[in-house]
Design a protein around this ligand. Sequence first.
Ligand SMILES: [Mg+2]
Ligand SMILES: [Zn+2]
Length: 203
Amino acid sequence: MRPSTSNGPEKNFSAEKCLGSHFSGNSACMRSEPKAVLLDRDGTIVVDVPYNGDPDRVVAMPGALETLNTLRADGVPLGVLTNQSGIARGLITEHQVAAVNQRVDAVLGPFDVWEICPHGPDDGCTCRKPAPGMILRACEKLGLHPSEVAFIGDIGADVEAAAAAGAMGVLVPTPVTRQEEIDAAPLKADTLAEAVALLRGAA
Ligand SMILES: [Mg+2]
Ligand SMILES: [Zn+2]
């Protein structure tokens, strides 16, 4: 199925997305392909296993490796940004999360940037999505402006974090993504591959 935007033809979305940009003036808003692609982990590049602390339960989303390798082949830096409130909730340890991430890196990596939020929803941190902290930090590490990067995730908090950072967000829903989050997403695609094609103007 063709990836869809809520606002008509893809050729128009570049300018629209500039509303979230930190640049002023339209000339800086000629968005081209993202200079880096940042990705949510659970439900986006690996199958979501809630509060997973077991590397053996890491399973790549279908087609994810191929899609990521296409970007790597073109020299596009990749990052993974993941909320891991299971740490704050005492359900998993930082060590377990690190072990799971190591497996994700072995199966789907290498990734240029990793950002993990260990906090809970009530901790008031600036990194837990929908806050933009992890995107901003990843951009800093990559030496890119948020408007130059894209963030792909499977829930509304991912899209909101992208908007808050001034990055382009794309929602790739799973069967558990809430309908109102799908309705609210300005850019969405059926698969990771289609999301990347949409971002790169090939969709
Ligand atoms: Mg997710
Ligand atoms: Zn945090």
